[in-house]
Design a protein around this ligand. Structure first.
Ligand code: SAM
Ligand code: SF4
Length: 455
């Protein structure tokens, strides 16, 4: 790399770009941790990099298109720096394997979802042999589950992977095929990581997995997910526990009963429903009906009235007629989600839905998505306005990006709150009186009564 106009051969620069979900963000942190140990240093500028790693997503067609155009833009960097190596990991790398070299000829290395741990070794082989490397085998136990990602310096909140893979085979989803069978990480290892993080100043942990509430099921069922939450609740310094994502069919009465009882378990659940139509839910292979879902929501709210509930929804799944779509809107009216991530169904190779009859045309999908998102915006605003006048415990995460002298943090229900304050508050939890509500955030004034949490 160039340093002060001179070539510095001692330190290699690493640029990582991540596409996709939080699992991918966490995997990228693990890659960075491994490569920093191998002598690399991070850069935010791809033009300065000796190694570019693109961690890919394949959940929807759009993600794959974006990744290919980004890789295309990186090609020109190789002209200026012939030593630059470009590698791809993650779900699209797993799916395309060797084929990636045909789509993107200037790639040097392709590694699959179970091969993160071999990245330094593969790079060394690439340097030595000069020939492209590809590795997409699955392992019985994913070694990268044990790689510890380093939280960003000064971070208050971070993610901890508790499981990998998925056994659910929802008809639209590539994840089980690309991340392999579900595997849970042993509880003592998770606890060790959480304790280290608490020692580094982390106050909030989000437990990560494709279906966290089936944690432990593949290793005998005990300890289960609720046992894990209770064990983390005991860790000194951890003030808040969140998790994502949970599957409605595996949401146990034991977990429901923990909301409002386990002190650090935040009053928020992301519980993807995907559709409000029983017919579509069955075609999707989700394993519950709309009524089952409503009952879970009722149980959650009767145990913990303050709980905020967010979800994922897909419109235009094959065979989704207008009646099915109306059932989805009806479910949204009944549940009134605090927030919703919504997607047009995307046909993905290797899933069972790809070959289903009655694919819904693009215009209909677009129109349904617009209707659904307008309804959700109304509900989100209503929920946010209902917070005005109340007081919220806010864990302060940092300075607001948009306004100087404003701090930003989250409520236990996962709403973003901005308020005037100073950086000394970062990492503490304060009470904020909510004065204004918007679609994506709240604003307020810090109250005099001091810190909301002292461990
Ligand atoms: N494991 C999680 C679950 O079961 O809810 C989520 C996994 S996925 C990364 C996140 C969301 O992407 C899903 O909940 C679903 O709404 C959406 N999704 C997955 N496959 C899709 C597809 N083929 N087309 C559109 N949306 C899709
Ligand atoms: Fe995909 Fe369904 Fe597994 Fe979630 S539960 S990762 S949507 S197969």
């Amino acid at each position: 790399m160039l340093r002060d106009g001179k070539i510095d051969l001692t330190i290699k620069k690493l640029y990582i770009q991540t596409f996709g979900c939080q699992m991918n963000v966490q995997d990228s942190e693990k890659m960075a941790a491994l490569l920093l140990q191998s002598g690399y240093e991070k850069t935010d500028d791809p033009a300065m990099a000796d190694l570019i790693v693109v961690n890919t997503c394949s959940i929807r067609e759009k993600a794959a298109q974006k990744i290919c155009s980004q890789l295309g833009r990186f090609r020109v960097l190789k002209v200026h720096n012939p030593h630059l190596k470009i590698s791809v990991g993650g779900c699209l790398a797993q799916q395309w394997g060797e084929h990636f070299f045909k789509r993107v000829p200037h790639l040097d290395l392709v590694f699959g979802t179970h091969q993160i741990h071999r990245l330094p070794e593969m790079l060394a082989a690439l340097e030595q042999s000069g020939s492209r490397q590809v590795e997409t085998d699955f392992c019985d136990r994913v070694p990268s589950l044990d790689i510890i990602a380093q939280p960003t310096v000064g971070a208050v909140s971070t993610f901890v992977t508790i499981m990998q893979g998925c056994d659910n085979f929802c008809a639209y989803c590539v994840v089980p095929g690309l991340r392999g069978p579900e595997q849970s990480r042993p509880l003592p290892e998770i606890l060790r990581e959480v304790k280290t993080l608490a020692g580094q100043g982390i106050r909030e942990i989000t437990l990560l997995g494709q279906n966290v509430n089936s944690y432990g099921q593949t290793s005998g069922g005990s300890p289960d997910f609720t046992d894990l939450i209770r064990a983390i609740d005991e860790v000194d310094g951890i003030e808040r526990i969140r998790f994502t994502t949970s599957h409605p069919k595996d949401l146990s009465p034991k977990l429901i009963a923990s909301f409002g009882k386990v002190a650090s378990l935040c009053e928020h659940i992301h519980l993807p429903v995907q559709s409000g139509s029983d017919r579509v839910l069955e075609l999707m292979n989700r394993g519950y009906t709309a009524e089952d879902y409503r009952e879970k929501v009722t149980a959650l709210r009767s145990t913990c009235p303050a709980i905020s509930i967010t979800s994922d929804m897909i419109v235009g799944f094959p065979g989704e007629g207008n009646e099915d779509f109306q059932a989805t809107l009806a479910l949204m009216e009944d549940v009134r989600f605090d927030n919703l991530f919504s997607f047009q169904y995307s046909q993905r190779e290797g899933t069972t839905a790809v070959g289903m009859d009655h694919q819904v045309c693009g215009n209909v999908k677009r129109e349904r998505l617009q209707i659904l998102q307008a309804l959700q915006a109304k509900h989100t605003l209503e929920k946010n306005f209902a917070c005005v006048g109340g007081s919220e415990a806010v864990l302060v995460e940092g300075m607001s990006k948009n306004k100087p002298n404003e701090m930003t943090g989250r409520t236990r229900g996962n709403r973003i709150v901005n308020f005037p304050g100073n950086p000394e508050l970062i990492g503490t939890t304060v009470f904020v009186k909510i004065t204004e509500a918007f679609l994506h955030s709240l604003r307020g004034e810090m109250e005099e009564r001091g810190r909301a949490y002292v461990h």
